[in-house]
Design a protein around this ligand. Sequence first.
Ligand code: ZN
Length: 399
Amino acid sequence: MTGVVPDGGSLVSLGLVPAGPVSFLDGVALVDHHCHSVMADDLDRPGFESLLTEGTGPAPGLSAFDSRLGFSVRRWCSPVLGLPPHAPAEDYVARRAELGAEAVSRAMLRAAGSGVLLVDHGFAADGLLDLDALSEAAGLPVGEVVRLEAVAEQVADAGVDAAGFGDAVAAEVARRTDPARRPLPVACKTVLAYRAGLDVDPRRPDPAAVAAAADTWLARRARDRAPLRDPVLLRHGLWAGLDTGLPLQLHTGFGDADEDLHRADPALLVGLARLVEPLGVPLMLLHTYPYHRQAAWLAQVFSCVYTDVSLAVPYVGSRAPEVIAEMLELAPFGKVLYASDAYGLPELHLLGALRFRAALGGLLEHLCATDEFSPADAERVATMIARDNALRIYPRIPA
Ligand SMILES: [Zn+2]
């Protein structure tokens, strides 16, 4: 069992990495380069469980607590609320209600050990703390990730004609990413994978095509608030984001039932990566699982591509070391970043950080024990992924 990461076997079950927190990254404040805010109000049990899954909630008669993620909440979040590890789900939800959302959020966010949060606040923001309140609750600086599809929809709703839509979107993206704004804009993000799939023509569309597509979509938007799904307009927004020069985050891999998973494979972005490579704008592939090996290849062959396994880490629980090990098969160590992708529940901020520290730290401890890595190199790699890669890639990190 020396010197190998066994295929298919659990590093945890084999006793090679610890299931819980390890001391490896102690003292390193994580840069969470992609996350969301947390619910402002108290949650009843159905409300809490609906945020423990990427689906709409558990199937009838089932509980979302009966999952890797639910068990992780009971094991690792219970002590933060003063409960014993593995507290029953009903005790957990009752204790949460007793303490109140504000106290729970402060405790969980501060226990995560992050140093800065880069937050996408453009998705289902109703009911979430605004970014100033999130910053206050976490006791951390917060940067804003500007969601390009949300900007385009706001431009449409503000009233613009089809001929002026393209320029209006570009101007609004430039305004929303102005460095004088607060919270500080740090990146743009596209959910092209959700809206049309990543298998679209990656080229910048010409203005006539944008105007023609806007003519159709603006009429539908005015009639029934149709979300932006037109591939030409999505590509226009994506290129407006690239024009800012800020890193462009792209949703890839698993998410909720609104996406066709096979069209979220980051390997479909190879055409875009070829176009962006000479521009030098960083493409940040988010989530990536179960296509994290494809993302790792892209990160190796394109200097502009970076990647993470954010959302998967808390979801796969104690299997996270294998997922990170698979990412690090091909991905250069300077191309992988930490993110929690937490949404709604402050527990997900804590679990994302805790699982990441345990999984990466444990994996590196194993690589040291088998003399693949020296301890000094392992420390350096851990710090790169946890913090330093983000500090190097993002030109603006709020302090
Ligand atoms: Zn996200």
